[in-house]
Design a binder for this molecule. Structure first.
Ligand code: AKG
Length: 370
């Protein structure tokens, strides 16, 4: 369907440009600027010098401060074998709950091509903060050996205000100009402490996201909502990792009763062994316009507009960790949202690559999705 490819070009011609770069501004925006130039246009930007006044910028580089403030607090720590939580993982049906692929329900029928992949969530455990910090950092320091697990403090659900309230005075409770522009306080404020193994797979959120990096760097790949078909969203069966401290092994089990999660199929950084296969499975991603790419350094904020697809990696500071705080503001469920839902509901056949999966893999670009 040529019209959808035209849409990808048109949003770049009219608004986003083709450079693949995200616009930068060097000081906090006024509410009007933020609303007019970015929120209403659903366009990302990076804001430097917006959190220079946060004590966190200096005191979170020091373990003593963090450990003193949180010495008696337990926090939720997410453990995975490879740093990929809430991501697709190969699933061996012989080692877990086998689901009924013969089902005739439309949801289940649409998943049959993905029976070897599941949507895997981390093993989550409440751990005293000093131990959590050490487990996260040791994954980074011990570069010579592969850690037995990758630990990522990424609880979301407003964890900064709930689990980390002892750090509240180190940051602002909200981003003043964003609150004024959006007309509400953040729905959730989250803290993320990870190392270079932690990776967040492509997904979108129904929030206006103000993402502030405090130490280390975060690397984002971004695609606008108009490019939804390029990420091959499909329904995958949900599964959970479980980690044994005794054996040091993970098991991965499908949820029972089975639950399906619509998730992006594209891995933008496949391993050298799977690269050719991945590239041939996702030609709309590979051959379409490059994703917007940006690195958010300590002291910077990324405005990540609602419904934009994002993939996130990180580079740690010299202590082996990246720390960020993000503010999720409710989005407006307005006419843009209605258009997006309509677009997503369209079945899309690529014209980008005529040899694309005209065989048994042709459901790779079938819809509707989420
Ligand atoms: O920092 C990360 O790993 C993921 C951030 C994210 O997905 C979000 O803020 O919505």
């Amino acid at each position: 369907m040529k019209e959808i490819e035209t849409l990808w070009s048109e949003v770049r011609d009219l608004s986003l440009g083709y450079s693949g770069r995200v616009e930068r501004v060097n000081s906090p925006l006024t509410p009007l600027q933020f609303l007019r130039d970015f929120v209403s246009q659903n366009k990302p930007c990076i804001i430097s010098n917006a959190i220079n006044h946060w004590p966190a910028l200096s005191c979170w580089t020091d373990d003593t401060h963090l450990i003193r403030a949180l010495s008696s607090v337990s926090v939720s720590l997410h453990l995975t074998p490879n740093g990929r939580a809430d991501a697709l993982a190969p699933f061996n049906p012989h080692h877990g709950f086998a689901f009924n692929s013969a089902s005739s329900s439309s949801t289940e029928a649409s998943t049959t091509a993905a029976t070897s992949l599941c949507f895997a969530s981390a093993h989550v455990e409440r751990v005293p903060f000093p131990e959590a910090l050490s487990l996260i950092s040791s994954g980074s320091r011990d570069r010579a050996s592969i850690p037995k697990f990758v630990a990522y403090a990424q609880q979301q659900n407003d964890c900064f205000r709930l689990e980390y309230s002892a750090l509240a005075s180190d940051c602002d409770p909200h981003i003043q100009w964003a609150t004024e522009a959006l007309g509400c306080l953040p729905e959730a404020v989250n803290l993320w402490i990870g190392n270079q193994h932690s990776e967040t797979s492509f997904h979108k959120d129904h929030y206006e996201n103000l993402y502030a990096v405090v130490t280390g760097e975060k690397h984002f790949l971004l695609l606008p909502p108009t490019d939804v078909h390029r990420l091959y969203i499909k329904e995958y069966p949900a599964a959970n990792y479980s980690y044994s401290w005794v054996t040091g092994e993970f098991t991965l089990e499908l949820e029972n009763p089975i639950r399906y999660v619509p998730w992006c199929s594209v891995d933008p950084y496949p391993s050298p062994e799977t690269k050719d296969d991945e590239m041939s499975k996702f030609p709309l991603y590979v051959n379409g316009p490059a994703p917007f790419e940006c690195t958010i350094k300590a002291g910077e904020i990324l405005y990540l507009p609602s419904m934009w697809f994002h993939h996130v990696r990180q580079s740690p500071d010299e202590r082996g960790r990246t720390i960020a705080v993000n503010y999720w503001y409710d989005m407006q469920f307005d006419i843009k949202y209605a258009y997006f839902n309509f677009l997503q509901s369209l079945h899309y056949q690529s014209t980008l690559n005529s040899t694309l999966h005209e065989d048994s893999d042709s459901d790779a670009d079938s819809g509707p999705y989420v």
